[in-house]
Design a protein around this ligand. Sequence first.
Ligand SMILES: O=C(O)CCC(=O)C(=O)O
Ligand SMILES: [Fe+2]
Length: 253
Amino acid sequence: MNTSSQIQKHLEDNFTKNDIIDLRQEFSRNGLVKVPKLVPEEIKATVHKEILRLLDDHTERRDITLETTDNTPRHLNIVKSDTIKAHSPMLVALRENDHFLNFLGHITEETLHPEVTEDEEFVITRQDRPGDTHGWHWGDYSFALIWIVKMPPVKAGGMLQCIPHTYWNKENARINQYICDNPIRTYSFVAGDIYLLKADTTLHRTVPLTEPATRIMLNMTWASERDYGKLSLQEDDRWWENTQASKAHQNAT
Ligand SMILES: O=C(O)CCC(=O)C(=O)O
Ligand SMILES: [Fe+2]
């Protein structure tokens, strides 16, 4: 059986109609839903292997604060989207797989479109130093699927915190105000977890690492119809792609 049929069969065998309705409800309420059984274990193992291989060969460090998110920090190692695309046909095919996208579309109740700017299709991050974090932010695009490859114990940090149903104004993000005014939900993960995030309307961050520990994930991104024509995509704040982005300030501690 080829990978695409394998995915199709796996989804049919593992999710009932009511499972999908429950996932849909959780996603719309919380902006995040865990779907660790999204693909067969052997495909997940291949995805993890690809991620580790890409990290071995192509890692770049980022230590910045970002103006469009009220100067929240990014301290982490990344593999950029174009690098992933150039070196992993398998991940490219998976992100565009019709069965996969149709299934996720039943959870989101919106079509997932693979066409996003080239620098946003994927990102791999590895956090490993005390203080490493992906600070409070929203996504430019609606949907992100995060594949957790390695996760420290909760004691060491690295969990995800979320405030769903919030909106990004790049001129005045008001992040601390959102944190004051809303409950924050914190999610722990284990290696092998996969979660779907409503990234554009869920304010989120990773809790800073408190000791040396390894946290590795891959982000696959898709657009909703609503995303096309968003003015916010024109801001020069794409810190992962361009270390010189005018809204990214270097070497913050
Ligand atoms: O590392 C995570 O779990 C979240 C990643 C994230 O927010 C992002 O890639 O935009
Ligand atoms: Fe994010």
